[in-house]
Design a binder for this molecule. Structure first.
Ligand code: BGC
Length: 430
């Protein structure tokens, strides 16, 4: 039988999935998020990260499933609170666990990408003020040295910090993350110290491992004025983008600190601090002042976030113009409990990448198995694989089979499009 024609190719991309330790591992009580989730009223469904996907026990099963699906790369994070449960005290057993898992991932032919900080950290670090503390970059560097020193023979690709902008505003403006204390100075000091931590870790990792590829995962969204004719909407949109996105890109990619982040730190010299541009892309905001929302009647996911595939290329092009380099989509995914439009979502984003003319090298779908969605708890379903939390049973969704087929065929064929994508439509928002 002749092979079905390719509608577009993904052969230039390494394709896989992304996760974060606290959202999957379960069983760890020694971190900021467990502490906070244990307080009444913090998590939408009252869950904690204690159960999650029980990946700490089930990583063998999960690795085998990734291999079955033919995934080429896997972004995961290591949990600081497991590695350094008390200040300066390294838990060798936790490191041995990660070594075993990473060895199995490599043996399965999957390229690992490891994140050092993805929203969670030890309770003792939170007690010191986390990244509001001027001591935090040094403490983060100590963790970096331990992790890269121990896992460096298994991992060469690193994400220092996940979404510093989201972390800072959720913790210190929107009360959606610990410590949920409203403070503009805390936003500023957090961003400053995370940027210093990243820049210093960038160099430190390269000293330890010259061949390493290091970057951070930037949460990039499209900011668009709700009414383009309204000068206030236009100005707010530009300001939102500058503050939420560009400020950090300049500090973390370019080592250049705007006055808004305080003086240029003595320990950071302006110049490139990245080997790839890491982008987490989900959605677009319709801006109408300080608050933002979605445009009326646009495609939305289960959480009401706009689905806007071209935006991935818009944010990438914009960043690439100022900071040229290979582009890794470190996260892209959607909440779709019924799996009614996820294959189309994957298809549309991969097609945008394929037609962009930009040097996209990797695509990590968020996420693999449905996982614990922070303040939203267990309800939102982002997985290519469905999870029955009570039974801890994994079931590959059609969208998971679709992505697997795309990888195997080197792109989207007419046949896979017809089987998985053609009948799917996006729900429309109000
Ligand atoms: C975060 C993930 C999260 C995802 C979906 C991203 O901002 O990095 O940890 O699960 O969004 O909400």
């Amino acid at each position: 039988m002749p092979a079905s024609p390719l509608l577009f190719s993904t052969r230039d991309l390494l394709i896989g999935v992304a996760t974060a330790a606290l959202q999957i591992e379960g069983g760890d009580r020694n971190n900021n998020w467990y502490d906070w989730a244990s307080l009444p009223g913090t998590i939408a469904d009252g869950s904690t990260p204690l159960r999650a996907t029980d990946h700490w026990q089930r990583w063998r099963e999960d690795t085998a499933l990734m291999a079955d699906l033919g995934l080429q790369t896997y972004r995961m994070s290591v949990e600081w609170s497991r590695i350094e449960p008390r200040p300066g005290e390294v838990d060798q057993a936790a490191l041995a666990h990660y070594r075993e898992e990473l060895s199995a991932i490599r043996e399965a032919g999957i390229v690992p990408l490891v994140t050092l900080h993805h929203f969670s950290h030890p309770s003792w670090f939170q007690g010191l003020g986390a990244f509001t503390s001027p001591a935090s970059p040094e403490l983060f560097l100590r963790l970096t040295e331990v992790v890269v020193g121990t896992l460096g023979d298994l991992v060469t690709d690193w994400v220092t910090i996940n979404e510093p902008n989201v972390y800072a505003v959720q913790a210190h403006l929107y009360s959606q993350a610990p410590p949920a204390r409203h403070s503009w100075p805390a936003v500023r000091s957090t961003l400053r110290h995370m940027a210093i931590a990243h820049c210093r870790a960038y160099h430190r990792i390269h000293e330890l491992q010259p061949e390493a590829r290091v970057g951070f995962a930037h949460h990039a969204r499209v900011f668009a004025p709700l009414h383009p004719g309204n000068p206030f909407h236009r100005a707010s949109s530009a300001l939102g983008r500058a503050l939420f996105q560009d400020l950090l890109a300049d500090a973390m990619l370019g080592g250049r600190f705007s006055r808004l982040l305080g003086r240029q730190p003595a320990e950071v010299t302006p110049g490139p601090h990245y080997d790839y541009l890491g982008l987490n892309y989900y959605s677009r905001s319709a801006v109408r002042g300080l608050a933002d929302g979605t445009f009326p009647g646009v495609p939305v996911n289960d959480l009401g976030w706009e689905i806007y595939p071209d935006g991935l290329v818009e944010v990438a092009r914009d960043l690439y113009r100022r900071y040229p380099g290979p582009i890794w989509v470190t996260e892209n995914g959607t909440a779709d409990a019924a799996d009614g439009f996820r294959a189309r979502f994957v298809h549309d984003h991969l097609r945008a990448i394929a037609g962009s003319g930009l040097p996209f090298e990797r695509y990590y779908h968020w996420c693999f198995v449905d996982n614990w969605e922070w303040a939203q708890g267990e309800r939102p379903r982002f997985g290519l694989v469905a999870l029955d939390y009570a039974m801890q049973q994994r079931t590959v969704r059609d969208s998971g089979r679709f992505l697997s087929q795309v990888i195997a065929e080197g792109g989207v064929t007419r046949a896979s499009h017809d089987e998985f994508v053609a009948a799917q439509t996006y729900p429309l928002g109000p």
